[in-house]
Design a protein around this ligand. Structure first.
Ligand code: GDP
Ligand code: MG
Length: 597
């Protein structure tokens, strides 16, 4: 395709402002997908995305569009995730395109993730077209939001396109704006091949599928190509574009985006950000790399049934291929046996991976307490990373400990500001800034990441009735008085529940944990002490009283079927529990116990 007829773009927005709906309309109005095959949020292909209504993987579609100037154009759209945990996916796909549509809900205005995403687009050198969505809503205030975009982002919004992605109003104007206001890609067809590895995933039928953006040269079916970073060589079996299902194609020229398969066996050989070139007469210098993903939250994943370990390993390897930002290594725990220590971009990312393992691979899992990465400065002058509180060495060897801090930006309507400030203060936050963007307050806080990973986002949503938006970036490490808190159930330490806490907050957290656990652990035939301890010192204690014998007989008299049903239920519940010494602990306890009310 002629370069001047290609437009590559992404859609950036705060969550729920209508990215996926706009993508649907663009796909539908250009006839890319026949009406009878159309479904809502067509690019959000994973079940989990549909259920939670969020976009997780960036998804791509190639659209043919005949513009009003009579010319035929190829539009490549990459839909990006809006949640803060997936910023890495966003930054990757941004490098593969030249422009962005900035979608802002005209009834809501600019939010924290609008800012974060638009700054990434600007960093990637994008041309940006502001699009005001939901103008069908009575509460829409397009003029006010235009001013807000100019004031807060500093972007000219006078030519913003006004649309309703829901009704289809204004969609033709969006298509024309893409063609006339976004730049065509640049590239040299005669230069050695340079294609950017944008993404890769595992397809049950095709194996490893690699998404590429060709920068220079031409990629052809049958070519032998080399991945520059890994030096692996492959013959290309299949070359396709996404419409959004795969349609085979013989070649991809500069500016084009497509996928390839090449009997790639090694997950490690498809490194996102790598440059693909031809084996012979190839490019020597790779494209500038992407920022590597840094997992910031770690937790252990263990199969409930030890016999599922190999299945879990297999599933984790496949998921890791689908998600370059997820890391894992084998771990053994005294209580939980064999499992994996996994690294995630945030707590939502963790929940998504855990859900996918349980759902797509049908494995019951125990998730241990999430932990951030601490820096341990040892007395011998070395520094160690601590990914797992259970590995905390004896304090006599440790000089001091540093924890990651974040800069959090929160936008919130004035009436909830007080509650937000209180929440941030409670979580050891330091206020950096407070200003106003339109009628919303924008607060910037310096917070310890360990106070944010468990339930900060949930709490923020609940104290602001969902009206706050939140974004963060890691700023660095700082020393603080952190200690390891252990949890003992029936006098046995449960590794998987130990956590690092601030000394001043240890007692409060310890008490909250043991109270929660008392509710989460079912009663047994004997008394169970539940304790929180620092070193050898118990700081909180609860006792779960013993179960009286034959409770079913007492409650339900002689009804045998009812009794059997109850016992069956118990049995099913058992499957989801794990024995610690003599005590069964249900798997949800491991995360629920950490959430603070
Ligand atoms: P995303 O999170 O940015 O991908 O947002 P979605 O496309 O999933 O849209 C979020 C919600 O807003 C959905 O319930 C949509 O139906 C709704 N929505 C999207 N566009 C419009 C619009 O133009 N008008 C109205 N009234 N609702 C819309
Ligand atoms: Mg979406």
């Amino acid at each position: 395709t002629d370069l001047s007829r290609i437009r590559n773009f992404s859609i950036v927005a705060h969550i729920d402002h209508g990215k996926s709906t706009l993508a649907d309309r663009l796909i539908q109005s250009t006839g890319t997908v026949a009406d009878r095959d159309m479904k809502e949020q067509i690019l959000d292909s994973m079940d989990i995305e549909r259920e939670r209504g969020i976009t997780i993987k960036a998804n791509t579609v190639r659209i043919d569009y005949k513009a009003k100037d009579g010319q035929q154009y190829v539009l490549n759209l990459i839909d990006t995730p809006g949640h803060v945990d997936f910023a890495y996916e966003v930054s990757r796909s941004m490098r593969a395109v030249e422009g962005s549509l900035l979608v802002v809900d005209a009834s809501q205005g600019v939010e924290a993730q609008t800012l974060a995403n638009v700054y990434q687009a600007l960093d990637a050198g994008h041309e940006i077209v502001p699009v005001l969505n939901k103008i069908d809503l009575p509460a829409a205030e397009p003029d006010r939001i235009k001013t807000q975009i100019e004031d807060v982002i500093g972007l000219d919004a006078s030519d913003a396109v006004l649309i309703s992605a829901k009704s289809g109003l204004g969609i033709p104007d969006v298509l024309e704006a893409i063609v006339h206001r976004l730049p065509a890609p640049k590239g040299d067809r005669d230069a050695p091949l340079k294609a950017m590895l944008v993404d890769s995933w595992y397809d049950p039928y095709l194996g490893v599928v690699v998404m590429v953006r060709v920068m220079d040269g031409v990629l052809r079916k049958g070519d032998r190509v080399r991945m520059i970073a890994t030096n692996a060589v492959y013959g290309i079996d299949k070359l396709a574009v996404l419409r959004p299902q795969m349609v085979d194609i013989d070649e991809l020229g500069p500016g084009e985006i497509g996928v390839l398969t090449a009997q790639i066996k090694q997950v490690r050989d498809t490194r996102v950000g790598d440059t693909i070139t031809t084996e012979r007469k190839g490019a020597e210098v790779p494209l500038p790399g992407f920022k590597p993903a840094q997992p910031v939250v770690f937790c252990g994943l263990f199969p409930v049934d030890a016999a599922d370990f190999e299945d879990l390993r297999d599933a984790i390897e496949k998921l890791a291929l689908n998600d370059a930002s997820f890391s894992y290594e084998m771990e053994t725990s005294a209580a939980l046996g064999f499992g994996f220590r996994c690294g995630f971009l945030g707590l939502l990312h963790l929940e998504v991976i855990r859900d996918r393992l349980e759902r797509e691979y049908d494995i019951d899992l125990i998730t241990t307490a999430p932990s951030v990465v601490y820096h341990l400065y040892m007395k011998d002058g070395t520094m160690r990373e601590l990914h797992n509180p259970a590995d905390m060495p004896d304090l006599t060897y440790v000089d001091h400990l540093e924890e990651p801090r974040i800069k959090a930006t929160i936008l919130v309507p004035d009436e909830y500001l007080g509650d937000v400030l209180k929440l941030c203060q409670d979580r050891r936050g330091i206020q950096l800034d407070l200003s106003y963007a339109g009628n919303r307050a924008m607060v910037v806080y310096d917070l310890p990441l360990n106070e944010v990973v468990f339930d900060f986002y949930d709490r923020l949503k609940s104290v602001t009735k969902g009206y706050a938006s939140f974004d963060y970036s890691i700023t660095g490490y700082r020393e603080d008085a952190l200690v390891k808190m252990s949890i003992l159930v029936n006098d046995e330490p449960v590794d998987a529940l130990s956590m690092m806490v601030h000394r001043d907050r240890a007692e409060m957290r310890g008490r909250a944990m043991v109270e929660k656990l008392k509710d989460l652990i079912p009663r047994h035939m004997f008394k169970i002490p539940i304790q929180a301890a620092i070193g050898g010192k118990v700081i909180a204690r609860e006792t779960l009283s013993a179960l009286r014998k034959d409770v079913t007989a007492k409650c339900y008299g002689g009804d045998a079927t009812r009794k059997r049903k109850l016992l069956d239920k118990q049995k099913a519940g058992k499957k989801k529990m794990r024995q610690f010494g003599k005590v069964d602990i249900p798997q949800e306890a491991f995360i629920s116990a950490l959430k603070m009310d």
